[in-house]
Design a protein around this ligand. Structure first.
Ligand code: GUN
Length: 282
């Protein structure tokens, strides 16, 4: 019998705990500030940003949101990031991705000081993650690790297979699992023998962005299946990268979509912002 890992419930428990810690911080050191920059009108990004603002309100972080029009020049985005970098009331800076195609995202992200990089996207934070040093960890993979920990799923010595090698999920996920002593395989669009590799996984993490990509024949009996996908099925209903209904009976644990990894991602952003404030000198 499988168990569903309830990300919504865990996220709300973690946020309550964080709210108390942030309350203590504010009494001693003042407000914690997170700046969020959204360029353009991508509807999915607008929803994510709204949810981030709501989460800030829930835990007591002061959010400042900068909505910039689609045509904003590179220079203007860079100037905004630079001014936030110099503002000691701002402890975290988040530039919502994707940026419009005329903007060089890498150049913008490089202006975020490592201490304010609450997404954990900077070369320095990724390098520290590889070295298993304290750092800001990309929110989605960090949330996945918290979900595994919450169920006391020991990954040591286990075979973990990650589907997807993105900078935001697949790559940092592989490092986190390796740091936790799992044996890690990262698969991607050029991987040969994908099904066979997946069938060896004790822990299978799907982050490919394709609706119901993981089918029952790709899953080992009693595997832990974590679904990072957010897609729409043929009827426009939200679904993950895993064919949940057909896969679930083979699993020991499985995460649903919605209500699985999604709520954890934003919770870990709140954690990263709190930790950035703790580490800051102000
Ligand atoms: N776009 C989709 N996911 C993310 C994320 O985790 N951080 C940022 N900044 N943009 C995103």
């Amino acid at each position: 019998m499988y168990k569903i890992i309830d990300g919504k419930k865990l996220a709300s428990e973690l946020r309550l705990n964080l709210k108390n810690r942030i309350g203590e911080y504010i009494k001693e050191r003042g407000e914690i500030g997170l700046a969020v920059i959204l360029v353009g009108e991508d509807p999915a990004s607008a929803v994510y940003v709204r949810n981030k603002i709501k989460a800030c309100e829930e835990v007591g972080i002061k959010s400042s949101v900068y909505y910039l029009p689609e045509q904003t020049a590179q220079k203007d985005v860079e100037e905004l990031v630079t001014s936030l970098a110099d503002n000691n009331k701002i402890h975290g800076i988040l530039v919502q991705l994707p940026l419009p195609s005329h903007i060089n995202a890498k150049k913008v992200l490089e202006l975020i000081p490592v201490g304010k990089d609450v997404d954990g996207f900077s070369a320095e934070n990724i390098g520290k993650l590889c070295l298993n040093e304290e750092c800001s960890v990309a929110c989605t993979p960090y949330g996945v690790i918290k979900m595994l920990e919450s169920e006391k799923i020991d990954v040591k010595g286990k075979r973990a297979v990650i589907l997807g090698r993105s900078e935001i999920v697949g790559k940092p996920m592989s490092m986190l699992l390796l740091n936790a002593d799992a044996t890690v395989t990262v698969c991607h669009s050029k991987t040969r023998g994908l099904k066979e590799i997946c069938r060896e996984a004790d822990i299978l993490i799907a982050a490919v962005g394709k609706a119901k990509f993981v089918t029952a024949d790709m899953v080992k009996q009693d595997a832990v299946v974590i679904d990072v996908g957010i897609n729409r099925d043929e009827n426009g209903k939200m679904c993950g990268d895993v064919d949940f209904e057909n896969v679930k009976d083979k699993c020991s644990y499985i995460t649903p979509v919605p209500g699985g990894v999604g709520p954890m991602t934003i919770t870990m952003l709140m954690y990263n912002t709190y930790n950035a404030a703790i580490r800051s000198g102000n």
